[in-house]
Design a binder for this molecule. Structure first.
Ligand code: NAD
Length: 458
């Protein structure tokens, strides 16, 4: 039997060895889902909604233990694990509130005995290959609307969030979702690759550009709906007229929350020259105030780095920035183990020749670059292969709207950052991916608009 060893990144110790899927069990699970999906589609929407309502109640019931499991899985500070679970509840509420109207059959023409309707039919069997950094969010963005709209879901949690993935399955099944309608696939990239070999109708992926590109190549030529939510190198620009203290409070959190391991973490900051020194001094003071430590402690703000190899990426970005003349303001090194730890790191005097300003860091590290005007800031913001989010800080709404309308990013922020709303679509430009989740579009994306041409007999 294939097994997967689950390790706590904050301690380096093995939490559990769990049975994992191989090509044979993945194929069997895919067949089960294929057989079960029409029955699930036939269940009235009100009943499917009732299952998700019960799932929500179970998340509330078990919230403390689920938060602890998430923290042990991937090193997220437990206060932030609680925030993620509470945030999930709001997303479920949105989906429950919006699904009926956004998937109701639409009559678009009805004249002279000819009726035309659009049905929002389920895709069928969808595969969801997920990331570890917000497993409840990025998983829930897919499996909640997918199940509500009548799809069967083959859900592969990241190997770095396995225990959380198993908890998600346990609670969905306890809530009444049949065990052959929501099926966890446990394992690493090999289990994900085996999933791609199955007959599926949609592939919803959240993870790195490298894996996303590989998946797109594997599925090329197959008529499978493909959504890829990938990485980012998200910028923010602090204008000369911004309130520096407010911008620092917002951006230091946006850069370091979840230990910098968010797809929409702020990873580049541009600050007008007139306030640059003041901004950098206040930013460094804020970062020095963040508590690094045991993620199970509610007072901890910076936890462990989930994947050990990311420490090498962070070290390489530090070395490259130093070699090219950046100023290290704080941090810049691994912290002693056991487990995977990196000191919160701030660089000033950076530029776009440095990896730190070009490639996703996915850790508690940030570069702050000086700019001379809005046009320079916009050019630097758009000088990236990614385009997930971008922000601007200024009291002037017209100025902010003018800047953000010229920015190539799926989500844009005025005086805020690192924010996701269930009411708004989540998508990216460029190598940040294709497709979207959330909003009413993120419900309809799990449906195929089926065209009905109905001529009455008489
Ligand atoms: P990853 O690409 O390493 O892994 C993602 C998933 O893909 C895992 O479940 C993994 O097991 C699976 N996988 C790996 N190789 C595979 C293969 N060959 N075939 C099929 N599946 C395979 O990414 P990660 O480290 O889990 O997540 C971090 C990345 O995710 C970052 O780049 C981050 O920006 C991105 N992310 C994006 C969003 C978004 O909404 N755009 C949200 C969260 C995370």
């Amino acid at each position: 039997m294939t097994t997967l060893s689950v390790t706590n990144p904050a301690t380096g110790s093995c939490i559990r060895v769990v049975p994992a899927d191989d090509a044979t069990t993945v194929a069997a699970k895919a067949s089960q889902a294929r057989a079960a999906q029409p029955r699930w589609h036939a269940v009235p929407l009100a009943e499917r909604k009732a299952c998700i309502e019960r799932f929500r109640a179970l998340v509330v019931r078990d919230l403390e233990s689920l938060a602890a499991t998430l923290t042990r899985d991937m090193g997220k500070p437990v206060a932030q694990a609680r925030n993620e679970l509470n945030g999930l509840l709001g997303r479920i509420d949105f989906f429950l509130g919006a699904v009926s109207a956004s998937t109701a059959t639409e009559t678009v023409f009805d004249e002279g005995g000819m009726c035309e309707q659009i049905e929002h039919a389920p895709l069928g069997v969808v595969a969801n290959i997920s990331a570890w950094n917000y497993p409840w969010f990025v998983g829930g963005n897919v499996f909640v609307p997918a199940l509500l709209t009548g799809n069967a879901v083959l859900y592969k949690p990241s190997e770095f969030a396995t225990m959380t993935g198993l908890e998600i399955a346990r609670l969905l099944h306890e809530a009444g979702i049949p065990s052959d309608v929501f099926i966890p696939i446990i394992g690493d990239g090999a289990a994900g690759a085996a999933l791609l070999e199955q007959r599926i109708d949609g592939l919803f992926f959240t993870g790195s550009y490298a894996t996303g590109a590989k998946i797109a190549q594997t599925l090329a030529g197959r008529m499978v709906k493909l959504q890829l939510e990938l990485g980012g190198k998200d910028p923010s620009y602090v204008c000369a007229d911004a309130n520096v203290a407010n911008a620092v409070a917002s951006l230091s959190d946006g850069a370091m929350y979840n230990t910098g391991q968010s797809c929409c973490s702020v990873e580049r900051i541009y600050v007008h020259a007139s306030i640059y020194d003041e901004f950098v001094a206040q930013f460094v003071a804020a970062v020095r105030g963040f508590v690094v430590g045991d993620p199970m402690d509610s007072g901890t703000y910076i936890g462990a780095i989930t994947r050990a190899p990311q420490l090498d990426v962070l070290e390489a970005q530090v070395a490259d920035a130093l070699a090219k003349g950046a100023t290290l303001c704080c941090g810049g090194r691994r912290l002693p183990g056991p487990g995977n730890w990196f000191a919160p790191t701030v660089f000033s005097n950076v530029d776009h020749s440095m990896e730190l300003m070009r490639e996703e860091s996915f850790g508690p590290i940030i570069g702050i670059q000086k700019v001379s005007d809005d046009d320079e800031a916009i050019a630097l913001i758009n000088d990236t292969r990614y385009g997930l989010t971008a922000g601007v800080y200024t009291p002037d709404e017209a100025r902010a709207r003018g800047i953000l309308s010229r920015v190539n990013a799926g989500s844009v922020y005025w005086n805020c950052c690192d924010r996701v709303s269930p009411r708004l679509p989540w998508s990216g430009y460029g190598d940040s991916g294709v497709g979207l989740t959330l909003s009413t579009y993120g419900i309809q994306t799990f449906c195929r608009p089926k065209a009905w041409h109905l001529r009455s007999a008489s």
